[in-house]
Design a protein around this ligand. Structure first.
Ligand code: SF4
Length: 248
């Protein structure tokens, strides 16, 4: 139960949105209301929301956002903060998640790691689940793939382990980059000790975002990279299952 004076303060915290989706099916368990927040410090070569990376977006408040999801409470299993990088707006995510929790709606945060973990801890604490994307097991590859290393993702994973926050660990299979035996074995070995990881989700690379790059007039460097075959995805899953991780 949130005290009325605190609720009023939480409701007024601003956030900047790219768009929302009422019934998302790929961002956490069940049907979910998904908030795609504007802004991200990474520049992943395969980003499918390149128009959500720069600062800006539609101004909203935690109260308005929570009311949108609460209106669909009979149809959804939870809400997910995605983006962009939702932990660039930790006060908004925390406030909205707390308001949703009060309504019995669990929250998930779809993140590539908190850009500033000290500021993001309360937001992580307010969510029931993290969908944490580790871009590459190796720091160097993460830099080439995203423009930054993987320190933020690993520090966020460590925080989840300390606080026993459930994590679905996500990893994009990118041919010629991460879809490679040594890389996958390194990542599986890295993840194995973490008891907070409930599930590893391997996401086959796709090109759905390519037209957006063209619209933005920016070069899409993965034009010649092939899609991942079903056999390749099954092979990659086998590496994680082989060390005892739950994978899909
Ligand atoms: S972390 Fe996500 S939103 Fe940010 S650049 Fe990478 S794919 Fe795009």
């Amino acid at each position: 139960m949130i005290l009325p004076i605190k609720r009023r303060r939480l409701e007024q915290i601003p956030g900047y949105m790219h768009h929302t989706e009422s019934f998302g099916t790929v961002d956490g368990p069940g049907l979910r209301y998904v908030f795609f927040l504007q802004g991200c410090p990474l520049r992943c070569l395969y980003c499918h929301n390149p128009d959500a990376l720069a600062a800006g977006g539609q101004r909203t408040t935690a109260g308005e956002a929570a009311a949108q999801a609460t209106g669909l409470r009979n149809f959804i299993q939870g809400a997910t903060f995605s983006g962009g990088e939702p932990l660039c707006q930790p006060e908004f995510v925390e406030a909205t998640a707390l308001l949703l929790r009060e309504q019995g709606i669990p929250s998930a945060i779809d993140t590539a790691g908190a850009p500033d973990l000290a500021k993001a801890r309360p937001a992580i604490d307010a969510a029931e689940l993290l969908l944490l994307d580790i871009k590459a097991a190796e720091h160097e590859m993460a830099v080439r793939l995203t423009g930054q290393g993987n320190e933020a993702a690993l520090a966020t994973l460590d925080y989840c382990e300390q606080t026993k926050k459930p994590v679905w660990l996500r990893h994009v299979l990118l041919p010629g980059w991460t879809l490679e035996q040594t890389q996958l074995e390194k990542l599986a070995a890295l993840l194995l000790p973490y008891t907070c990881i409930q599930l590893v989700e391997l996401l086959p690379f796709h090109k759905l975002g390519e037209p957006k790059w063209e619209q933005l007039g920016r070069p899409y460097l993965l034009q010649k990279t092939p899609a991942v075959t079903q056999a390749e995805a099954a092979w990659a899953r086998g590496i994680f299952a082989g060390v005892g991780l739950r994978v899909q």
